[in-house]
Design a protein around this ligand. Structure first.
Ligand code: SF4
Ligand code: SF4
Length: 346
């Protein structure tokens, strides 16, 4: 039987929950407030972190420093929506001496300097090494910029060089526009000089393929044929594990390579005959396209696709909507939440 061998992960993001205060147009994990209120448990965290502590690599400058593609980070969804769980997770990481830990946040909770300082100081004292503050025009639709800026300023005060701002370009731009509140994306585009588009670092996957497709050129499906995702599916860095135990390759939301409740068996080789979607993606994307067309009556989008991930995701979404239950297409709520917007009915 053909098997896909996965390396042990060198850096991991733990999705504490997919629930988020925002519903960003670019979200790779289709997070939103409409997800079930499901969170990873402290018991699961303890089990997982004990295993991960054996494989996680520190950041280049050492275990007390941070970098985006090293160490262990707590993410979501928005981890600060469940602060007690986040704090518990940080303490577990310290118990197992995990290097280069950080939390990723949209700063919705930075309502005052005192609140921001209290939480960040407590997290640091409990063992957290750093923080990543997300700054971009999509979060700006939901989080007042003054809160983001407070998160950056207090984050620096508490973590110094272990504060990461992603992306600094936008922070500088928002400050130059004297923004304080939230701003709809269309208004941002009108306000900002069009040069911002040249600085955009936006992966054409996840919700972006539906909500931001107008920003990209489109191609017919066959343009992406002959491309395999073997490398993306087997990479060892910046892998994610969600609160349901799904082991998610890189940024490929909605794909599960297996369940981490059987952590060791994940690395003994994944039997591809039981996972036809993964098998197709490790071959070439045309194989997945053929499955979609022949078995699920998928119709090619006449306006085209912005990326191979767009084609892959549209096929997977269609297969799920047809009621198919491939075990590798999880969690199914991911596919339901792709098209959510703040005006959708939960
Ligand atoms: S990008 Fe971040 S802030 Fe936005 S919906 Fe996703 S998890 Fe939430
Ligand atoms: S095409 Fe699919 S499997 Fe490949 S990188 Fe994109 S989302 Fe992941």
């Amino acid at each position: 039987m053909e098997k896909l061998l996965l390396p042990k992960p060198s850096s991991i993001g733990l999705i504490l929950s997919y629930r988020c205060t925002s519903c960003c147009k670019h979200c790779m994990y289709a997070s939103s407030p409409y997800w079930p209120n499901d969170w990873i448990s402290l018991n699961e965290l303890d089990h997982l972190v004990s295993k991960l502590s054996e494989t996680i690599s520190p950041a280049p400058l050492g275990p007390k420093s941070v970098s985006i593609n090293s160490g262990l980070h707590f993410t979501g969804g928005e981890p600060f929506t469940n602060y007690p769980l986040l704090l518990g997770a940080v303490k577990i990481a310290r118990k197992y001496n995990v290097p280069s830990t950080f939390v990723e946040t949209n700063c919705f909770w930075c309502t005052s300097d005192d609140v921001a300082r209290r939480h960040l100081t407590e997290l640091k004292d409990s063992g957290l090494n750093g923080i990543l503050v997300s700054v971009n025009p999509f979060i700006l639709e939901y989080v007042p910029f003054e809160r983001t800026e407070r998160g950056v300023n207090v984050g620096y005060e508490v973590f110094q060089e272990n504060l990461m701002v992603y992306q600094e370009y936008y922070r500088t731009l928002f400050k130059s526009l004297n923004l304080k509140t939230t701003l709809p994306f269309e208004d941002f585009m009108r306000k900002a000089n069009t040069s911002w588009a040249y600085h955009i670092e936006l992966l054409p996957m996840g919700r972006a393929v539906y909500k931001l497709d107008k920003l990209f050129k489109k191609y017919p499906a066959k343009y992406f044929f002959d491309q395999s995702c073997f490398l993306e599916l087997t990479r060892e860095w910046h892998v994610h594990i969600d609160n349901y135990g799904n082991y998610i390759p890189g940024y490929c939301g909605g794909i599960s390579l297996g369940n981490t409740r059987n952590f060791e068996s994940l690395f003994e080789g994944i039997a591809l005959d039981n996972l036809p979607i993964i098998k197709a993606l490790t071959t070439d994307i045309q194989t997945l396209y053929n499955i979609g067309v022949k078995e699920f009556n998928y119709k090619e989008q006449v306006e085209g696709y912005i990326s191979k991930c767009h084609l892959c995701l549209d096929l997977r979404k269609h297969i799920i909507e047809e009621g198919s239950k491939f075990i590798e297409l999880k969690p199914t709520e991911f596919y339901k939440n792709l098209l959510q917007s703040p005006y959708s009915t939960p």
